[in-house]
Design a protein around this ligand. Structure first.
Ligand code: C2E
Ligand code: CA
Ligand code: CA
Length: 284
């Protein structure tokens, strides 16, 4: 707090102020940024814990801002959701990612990874979702089975929800769905009964907390193991996110977790780096 005039105090946090400025900078430039081609997508590997093979990649959007440098999604997705720009941006990410995935299918056939694309709450609630996805699949030529959309627990709040209809429509196209950051929401689990999902992604915070000295790792592992069992009981595939070490990967493999994503398996990278990895895995 800083003294402003006679006996009056205003809050002044330079860090918070810088944030507010960039938030403004973000919101004014974003609409033009899409047309100017300032967004790009990095791809992060999802690997099978059974044999380490690359089974899918997640599309993660970035913004090369001319003044602020490369911004991560946490810096602008929130603003995009508030302003509605998430709709054209989300469509652009989906089309771009599907086009890239189709290139991999053409080049590598059966060895091409599944593509995972994040769906914002607003996108999922949009009645036009099904036609958007259908149009993009047709336009890019991607087999629907190669596409998985990631939704969060907060996307579906009840069985009457609009999102539910759209998500069933998407599933009917042959596209699969995953619940992202599973276990971090406050939702009750009943939604799993109504939702046509095929995969649960255990939030990275669960694995991360295992290495937090203030938190009991033994209990942490039991929670992770419980989430893996829950997924399998429901007949779903389970992915652990935020796996940073080989030791954690091994333990997750032993508890039957199917796939893993995290720095241990690879950071988000440019698509040609993914191509190089697939080509190299084929040779060996
Ligand atoms: P997410 O969907 O949970 O994506 C995983 C995030 O965890 C990514 O951050 C990734 O870089 C990071 N990560 C991966 N492995 C590790 C690890 O081992 N350790 C740690 N500490 N972090 C790891 P990123 O790229 O900053 O994305 C943040 C979030 O932004 C994503 O979280 C997702 O919710 C959102 N996002 C990204 N792209 C899009 C998009 O195209 N549309 C929408 N709606 N949201 C997106
Ligand atoms: Ca995700
Ligand atoms: Ca996640």
């Amino acid at each position: 707090a800083k003294e402003a005039g006679r006996g009056r105090w205003t809050l002044f946090d330079p860090k918070e102020n810088a944030r507010a400025v960039s938030r403004y900078a973000v919101s004014v430039r974003m609409p033009a940024a899409l047309d100017r081609g300032e967004f790009f997508i990095d791809y992060q590997p999802l690997c099978s814990l059974a044999d380490g093979s690359l089974v899918a990649v997640e599309a993660l959007v970035r913004w090369r801002h001319p003044q602020l440098g490369v911004l991560g999604p946490d810096e602008f997705i929130g603003v995009a959701e508030e302003t509605g720009l998430i709709m054209p941006l989300g469509r652009w990410v989906l089309e771009q990612a599907c086009r890239q995935a189709t290139d991999w299918v053409r080049e590598f056939g059966q060895d091409a990874p599944q593509i995972n694309v994040n769906l914002a709450v607003r996108q999922a609630r949009n009645a036009g979702l099904v036609t958007d996805v259908e149009r993009i699949l047709r336009k890019t030529g991607l087999p629907p089975g190669k596409l998985q959309l990631e939704i969060t627990e907060s996307t579906v709040v009840g069985p009457e929800d609009e999102a539910l209809k759209a998500l069933h429509g998407v599933r009917d196209l042959g596209v699969s769905l995953a619940v992202d950051d599973f276990g971090t929401g406050w939702s009750n689990l009943a939604y799993l009964r109504d939702l046509p999902v095929s995969c649960l992604k255990i939030a990275g915070s669960f694995v991360g907390d295992l290495h937090d000295p203030t938190k009991d790792a033994h209990t942490g592992w039991r929670i992770v193991s419980g989430l893996v069992s829950l997924a399998h009981t429901l007949g779903l595939t389970v992915t652990a996110e935020g796996v940073e070490s080989g030791a954690d990967a091994e333990r997750l493999r032993q508890m039957g977790c199917d796939w893993a994503q995290g720095w241990h398996f690879g950071r988000p990278v440019r698509p040609d780096e993914i191509s190089r990895r697939i080509a190299e895995a084929r040779r060996t």
